[in-house]
Design a protein around this ligand. Structure first.
Ligand SMILES: *[C@@H]1O[C@H](CO)[C@@H](O)[C@H](O)[C@H]1NC(C)=O
Ligand SMILES: *[C@@H]1O[C@H](CO)[C@@H](O)[C@H](O)[C@H]1NC(C)=O
Ligand SMILES: *[C@@H]1O[C@H](CO)[C@@H](O)[C@H](O)[C@H]1NC(C)=O
Ligand SMILES: *[C@@H]1O[C@H](CO)[C@@H](O)[C@H](O)[C@H]1NC(C)=O
Ligand SMILES: *[C@@H]1O[C@H](CO)[C@@H](O)[C@H](O)[C@H]1NC(C)=O
Length: 433
């Protein structure tokens, strides 16, 4: 990362300025079936960095976490078609968006990471050896139950074991292991109680990558929240993710078919039995400005066997396109910005400028739905505008690089509706405040 050192005179303390100041909304209670969504660096988040990062550092850190995220997404192809509870691996270390949920009776408030590509429900519990924060205390809840070894639920978790009568499981990620008990308790989302919700109560973590918070998996596989709340929410939800630029803003996670937008464009959701929790769509091609760029169809084609295709993911920060697709988009973008201008790089971004630019729009053309992204979803700027980068990258070569990921930077300030019963995903522009 030597290249970034030369940028140090430009380092701007964007994050510091964003996390300072009061946020009057932190104590607002959630109503109905709608939860506020906070950025993990928001003033309302206890997980924000304790020391301010420079703009370049924060960008690089987000990118580094994306790398682990992409590895996780690639790993979902693995042997099992069932993505189990607590398959979180690296990704749960670095969730981008969090929501507030209550667990137990009386309810204990916890902040959970929102993750559309995961079915996991994983919460650090009291006396957890190695956990760092937000602990749920089962002994204070009258509705808490252990799942026993005999229960069919116990067979659905990875590597179940029965040391005591309780069903437990271990998962490893990186150099770390997590050991959790399979348990049930009442989960309250906004004002909706979900009795007997099954999740992993983390008892022990080793290594340095212990998950700092619980995980609310919004994937659609077995044992996911969607599967467990079928009657209540009918596998339908939508969110609006607030921009990184407005850490004071919160977005919203709206659960269930009620109050979903009517005026919204849809594209069909595709199902991959090997990656049952992922939300695949058919990205046909991409337009830069008015020009449809030349992308080999194979780069975007959906293939359930190899896992190739395009997903919407809430946990990856910057969109990744397989190399031929990315190169086509980037080259046209550079041409439109001006072939004259000097292009620099920053971390994994290869199209940065140190002079003000006028960027073309980028349109993702899905089956039945064009989504045209304004500048705010395409460019990442240092706060003084001194450096501007195209906020996308090629899929890393060292992971399964057949997957295109529409990431959260490109979804910000849009309502994204996941309508599983009708097998469709909707997108509409909306400013989250
Ligand atoms: C966040 O809110 C505080 C006060 O409510 C304000 O002083 C601060 O400027 C805001 N920050 C941003 C980035 O809007
Ligand atoms: C659940 O299991 C744990 C560990 O086996 C045990 O310590 C705890 O007392 C059990 N709780 C209940 C309510 O059965
Ligand atoms: C799971 O991890 C715990 C704690 O590290 C350990 O005691 C136990 O033996 C492990 N179980 C299995 C099945 O690997
Ligand atoms: C490109 O650079 C040349 C010389 O530096 C300049 O005269 C010209 O106006 C530039 N063109 C554009 C489109 O900026
Ligand atoms: C998307 O845009 C293209 C023009 O680039 C147009 O031909 C096509 O009909 C549009 N698709 C939809 C679903 O609006």
């Amino acid at each position: 990362m030597k290249g970034t050192l030369s940028l140090s005179p430009l380092l701007l303390f964007l994050l510091l300025s964003l996390v300072q100041g009061l946020n009057p909304k932190c104590d607002t209670q959630d109503h109905g079936s709608t939860l506020q969504i906070f950025h993990v660096f928001s003033p309302c988040s206890p997980f924000r960095p304790s020391k301010a990062l420079s703009w370049a550092e924060s960008v690089l850190q987000l990118q580094a976490k994306d790398q682990a995220r992409l590895q996780f997404l690639a790993s979902l192809v693995a042997r099992r078609s069932i993505v189990p509870i607590a398959s979180g691996r690296q990704i749960i270390q670095s969730p981008t968006y969090i929501v507030r949920a209550k667990i137990g009776t009386p309810p204990q408030t916890l902040l959970l990471a929102m993750d559309t590509s995961n079915d996991a429900a994983w919460i650090p519990c009291t006396a957890c050896d190695g956990c760092t924060s937000t602990l749920f205390a089962p002994e204070k809840s009258t509705s808490f139950k252990n799942v026993t070894c005999g229960s069919p639920l116990c067979n659905q978790v990875p590597n179940p074991s029965c040391g005591t009568s309780a069903c437990t499981f271990n998962v490893t990620y990186g150099g770390s292991t997590v050991s959790a008990n399979v348990v049930q308790d009442t989960l309250t989302l906004a004002t909706d109680p979900v009795p007997g919700y099954t999740f992993g109560c983390v008892a022990k973590t080793t290594g340095t990558s212990a998950p700092p918070q619980g995980l609310l998996g919004l994937g659609r596989g077995p044992l996911s929240l969607l599967s467990q709340t079928q009657n209540l929410y009918q596998s339908t939800f939508s969110y609006c993710l607030p921009s990184f630029k407005s850490l004071n803003f919160s977005g919203s996670l709206r659960l269930g078919p009620v109050a979903q937008p009517k005026r919204i464009k849809f594209t069909p959701l595709l199902k991959n039995p090997r990656r049952s929790s992922l939300y695949y769509v058919n990205l046909v091609t991409i337009r830069v400005g008015r020009k449809v760029v030349d992308i080999p169809p194979a780069a975007l084609a959906f293939n359930p066997t190899t896992g190739a295709g395009t997903i919407f993911d809430s946990g990856t920060v910057f969109s990744r396109l397989v190399t031929p697709a990315y190169v086509a988009v980037r080259d046209e973008f550079r041409r439109r910005v001006g072939s004259n201008l000097t292009v620099t790089s920053l971390g994994g971004f290869d199209t940065c400028y140190t002079v003000p630019i006028v960027a073309p729009t980028i349109t993702f053309m899905f089956s039945g739905m064009n989504v045209t992204l304004p500048e705010d979803n395409i460019l990442i700027h240092s706060s003084a505008g001194a450096t501007t980068c195209l906020a996308m990258a090629a899929a890393p070569d060292n992971v399964n690089s057949v997957l295109n990921v529409i990431a959260n930077m490109q979804q910000q300030n849009h309502r994204v509706l996941f309508d599983v019963p009708n097998s469709r995903l909707g997108v509409a522009r909306e400013l989250c405040t």
